[in-house]
Write a protein that binds this ligand. Structure first.
Ligand SMILES: *Cc1c(COP(=O)(O)O)cnc(C)c1O
Length: 422
């Protein structure tokens, strides 16, 4: 139960006054209603807000293109030729990897396919992919189509991890049991590291260890983890990871994705890969020689020269992440999400049920709130009160108090809107 004093605007404002990273809110455009009042934006897990610095950064590239044309590849303020390299170190810091292990490229589902080309290699009876039963649809389509691409049948080759009867989140011990019992038939374990629906965060290190002990490849879709939770991808030991940068990483609608390949797979001449010129050794890329000579890093998976106007938005956001750092964000996230949890819970167990794990180590900045006997009309009424959140049929409201720009006051105002409409 919440102390009643916490359920007040004064308390929320006091928390904001004591929040050492509160000022970062002013670095972002807050969407506003027609009358000029800001929305209570709780949807940073779907589309992060626009950094105020992004327009100028894009303007710089438009200017250089205007003034320099093709010469911009070498003479732009930020030359386009090595452009992706400008992003790599900051991206690596956000996801906890070595710079050689990450690259910003393509979009998420594209990268997932490229990674599965390399890391889903069915052989004999080891031909299955493990995913969550409630995986994000795109991930499921990608996995099923990869299975069919190898001439196999998803009915036989997809193992879906289901929560126990009456439960919503998966238990790690159940994931472990599936790997132990069926590991010899599993080619690839591919989970969302933070489930998009429940907000549950999986222990990537343990799952990688269990999988590797059975000879499986292990990859993660970090769409809901990147920029949300410090991921430690390198130390997790997973084989690959992919993510998008437009959710917690604020890089704009349909913005570029990222990919991680563990260093143990770099320079493996036997790894199958779909190849393109941007994956070729950059020293000799323009000699247009016959044989593909891969970059010695995850850059080898790049296909095309990157879209600069989309890359620039990722870079502009990563600069802010570099200033704040994932540790500070995580510290505030635990407090801010905890505050929201305590307020929502005070509405009573007979009214709301938070399906996201209550252990802060098993979640990031999202709460999925099941409202008993609710339908979409309730959600629509909250929306009318200026809350932007996400509704999942039949009865779940997903909200993300994002530590980068959401305030304790936002959280309080969301709670007020919910309370009034319930
Ligand atoms: C957001 C999200 C996607 C979206 O894929 P795109 O290729 O960027 O359109 C895919 N998978 C998961 C788990 C997501 O959360």
């Amino acid at each position: 139960m919440t102390d009643t004093h916490k359920a007040s605007l004064e308390y929320a404002r006091m928390m904001d006054a004591n929040d050492s990273i509160h000022s970062y809110r002013s670095r972002f455009h807050m969407p506003t209603q027609k009358d000029g009042t800001p929305y209570i934006y709780m949807c940073g897990n779907s589309l992060g807000l626009q950094p105020k610095s992004t327009a100028d950064a894009i303007g710089q590239e438009l200017h250089d293109w205007k003034m320099l044309g093709v010469e911009g590849h070498f003479h732009a303020k930020n030359p386009w030729m090595p452009y992706h390299e400008f992003l790599t170190e900051a991206m690596a810091r956000v996801v906890g990897a070595k710079p050689e292990e990450v690259v910003v490229m393509n979009t998420l589902t594209v990268n997932l396919h490229l990674m599965m080309v390399s890391f889903y290699r069915p052989k004999g009876t080891r031909n299955k992919i493990v995913i969550e039963a409630d995986a994000f649809p795109s991930d499921k389509y990608a996995a099923e189509s990869q299975i069919r691409f190898h001439g196999l049948n998803p009915k036989d080759c997809l193992i879906e991890l289901k929560a126990r009867q009456g439960e919503v989140c998966l238990r790690h011990e159940d994931i472990q049991a599936v790997i132990e019992e069926q590991g010899d038939e599993i080619a690839l374990i591919m989970l969302g590291n933070t489930n998009y629906y429940t907000g549950q965060y999986f222990d990537m290190k343990k799952i990688s260890e269990w999988g590797h002990a059975k000879g499986c490849m292990v990859g993660f879709d970090c769409a809901h983890g990147a920029g949300n939770i410090p991921l430690e991808l390198h130390d997790s030991g997973c084989d690959f990871a992919v993510w998008c940068n437009y959710k917690y990483l604020n890089s704009g609608p349909g913005g570029m994705g990222g990919a991680f390949v563990h260093e143990r797979h770099q320079n493996d001449p036997n790894i199958p890969r779909f190849e393109g010129w941007w994956g070729h050794n950059k020293e000799t890329r323009f000699k247009m020689r016959d044989a593909f000579e891969p970059m010695p890093t995850t850059e080898a998976w790049q296909l095309s020269n990157p879209p600069i106007l989309a890359m620039v938005a990722v870079w502009s956001s990563l600069r802010i992440f570099d200033e704040v750092g994932m540790q500070q964000l995580r510290k505030k996230a635990i407090s801010l999400t905890g505050y929201m949890e305590s307020l929502v819970q005070s509405l009573g167990e007979d009214v709301v049920d938070i399906i996201t794990p209550s252990n802060p180590d098993e979640r990031g900045s999202q709460l999925s709130i099941r409202v008993k006997n609710a339908d979409k009309a309730l959600f629509d009424r909250i929306t009318e009160k200026g809350v932007i959140a996400d509704w999942r049929e039949p009865d779940v409201i997903r909200v993300a108090p994002v530590p980068m720009y959401n305030s304790y006051e936002d959280v309080y105002l969301f709670y007020e809107a919910l309370r009034e409409e319930i």
